[in-house]
Design a binder for this molecule. Structure first.
Ligand SMILES: [Zn+2]
Length: 224
């Protein structure tokens, strides 16, 4: 059976989360988002988890190498023998090199880096249109999924607000950080022939079938 060792890249609001859910369902892949697996390592009290907790308790960033080791620990657990989907790591070229090294040590390699792209203005439109209810965090969109009456939650009648994270200025700031960090990473994966681009402005169904077709082609190539 072919391995599907995948990294997911793309700006916030491009639909990565939706595609991740579908891919995980399609191929039964373990999904490794940095936040989730660090939290799990801490909860399970692994040695690396304990080290990571010390940084987190101090409010410090967990060092790249430690994050990579936590991920590699999951590679060795048996659950990722046929592949995995990484989201949020790597974010920089340094992290990508570390990941490549960890895989190489295990005589494995990345299958592809899947980049879901969307223009900045589209991301701003998607994210800044979101409204969240104050009571239960139900999410609406002023344009794509409006509530029946303005600024009121259909489900519990509570007030809808724009989260700080979704303010246009905040979104633009997040995007500029994303571009600064990720542009070199995209070039790096592109030079290695691992980058596959997808148009995040298409419908989730279209993006999903494009990704599936791409993965099927890669699997065929791997068997030749
Ligand atoms: Zn609500």
């Amino acid at each position: 059976m072919t391995e599907r060792n995948l990294v997911l890249l793309g700006p916030p609001g491009a639909g990565k989360g939706t595609q991740a859910e579908r891919l995980v369902g399609d191929f039964d892949l373990p999904y490794y988002s940095t936040g989730i697996i660090l939290r799990e390592a801490v909860e399970q009290d692994t040695e690396l988890g304990t080290q990571a907790k010390e940084y987190m308790d101090r409010g410090d960033l967990v060092p790249d190498e430690l994050i990579c080791n936590v991920i590699a620990e999951r590679f060795d657990s048996g659950e990722a023998d046929y592949g995995f989907l990484l989201d949020g790591f790597p974010r920089t070229v340094g992290q990508a090199e570390m990941l490549a090294g960890a895989l190489e040590k295990r005589e494995r390699s990345l299958t592809a880096a899947l980049l879901i792209e969307a223009p900045d203005e589209e991301v701003v439109r998607r994210l800044s249109g979101r409204r969240t209810c104050v009571k239960n965090n139900h999410v609406y969109h002023v344009e794509f999924d409006p509530p029946k009456s303005e600024d009121v939650c259909d489900q519990d009648g509570s007030r809808l607000v724009q989260r700080d994270d979704d303010q246009p200025e905040t979104v633009r700031k997040r995007l500029s950080v994303y571009h600064e960090q990720t542009a070199p990473l995209i070039d790096w994966y592109s030079e290695k022939g691992l980058l596959r681009r997808f148009d995040g402005t298409r419908t989730p169904e279209e993006v999903h079938s494009h990704i599936r077709a791409t993965l099927a082609t890669l699997a065929l190539e791997a068997e030749i």
